[in-house]
Design a protein around this ligand. Structure first.
Ligand SMILES: [Zn+2]
Length: 296
């Protein structure tokens, strides 16, 4: 049940078509896991708190630094937060944004061993980590628990996103080659390497949060099997570092499906402002194929 002050707080939600107190309660009854309270985590966690999500679990082992201040506003862009663990700092901010939200934080790294316990009974995983190595760990956990993982973020001036929720959609292994990711990470992709500014981060998180609302409230089917990209700069795309990385670790299946959907990762230099590619599930995938073939 919503408290009287919550009813007032969410007045403007209730004006939305298809939204009512019952929908708001559904959001209140949702638990989510946010991996990473950095650039992507900042708008993500803020929106979850503003929406009134009942319980937010935040995991980040890192501390807030001066060079995070161009984007990580969840830490109040305050000198007092410098050196503080990001999960703890984000939890403090959530409490200030919306005291109705329960928040738990983990100031440690997650790995294959502890991820299932950390995610616990969360119904959605928000992937806000930089490194692909950790995205695989999250994606495998989401697949074991049969919950959706929202994958989104930036590559240079561009943003992207896809909802992984097999058997409705492809799985993470369908699209990305874990072996190549491990090779490139071993070759020395260092912390702080990623080129990033706030507009791309906020846009990508905003688009994905609209999908999260569909998942939480259930008034419409999410945009499954759609890989979206938004381009902040249409020229020089092929030379950008993020794009080169994608070209390297995409699976042949992902490249083929993208090409069929009208986007060629290897040659497409100029693009529309947005691309929406239909990337369906892959029945041949050794990770999710069996599950798809059993259900359908
Ligand atoms: Zn798969």
């Amino acid at each position: 049940m919503l408290k009287e002050r919550e009813r007032i707080r969410y007045t403007r939600h209730f004006l939305l078509d298809g939204w009512d107190e019952e929908k708001q309660e559904k959001i209140k009854n949702t638990t989510v896991f946010v991996a990473g309270a950095g650039g992507t985590g900042s708008p993500t966690i803020t929106m979850l708190a503003l929406l009134g999500v009942g319980r937010i679990k935040i995991c980040d082992f890192d501390v807030f630094e001066e060079s995070n201040k161009n984007r990580q506003f969840i830490h109040s862009i305050s000198d007092e937060r410098l050196g503080m663990n990001k999960a703890e700092s984000a939890a403090l901010t959530v409490h200030n944004i919306n005291p109705n939200v329960e928040v738990e934080y983990y100031d440690e790294k997650f790995d294959e061993e502890n991820v299932d316990a950390m995610v616990g009974d969360a119904q959605i995983i928000f992937d806000c980590v930089d490194r692909f190595k950790y995205k695989f760990i999250l994606a495998d956990c989401a697949m074991r628990k049969a919950i959706p993982m929202l994958f989104y973020g930036i590559m240079d001036y561009n943003l992207f996103g896809y909802i992984f929720n097999p058997p409705e959609t492809a799985c993470f292994h369908c699209l990305f080659d874990e072996r190549k990711v491990r090779l490139i990470e071993r070759a020395g992709c260092k912390k702080g390497d990623v080129a990033v500014m706030s507009p791309t981060l906020f846009s990508s998180a905003g688009i994905m949060m609209q999908e999260a609302v569909k998942l939480m409230v259930g008034f419409e089917r999410p945009s499954y099997n759609t890989f979206y990209m938004g381009f902040g700069k249409r020229h020089g795309l092929l030379e950008e570092r993020g794009m080169r990385a994608f070209r390297y670790w995409n699976t042949p299946y992902f490249n083929r499906a993208s090409k069929q959907a009208g986007f060629d990762w290897k040659t497409r230099d100029t693009a529309e402002m947005f691309e929406l590619m239909h990337i369906p599930k892959n029945r041949e995938c050794p990770y999710c194929g069996l599950r798809i073939n059993t259900v359908y």
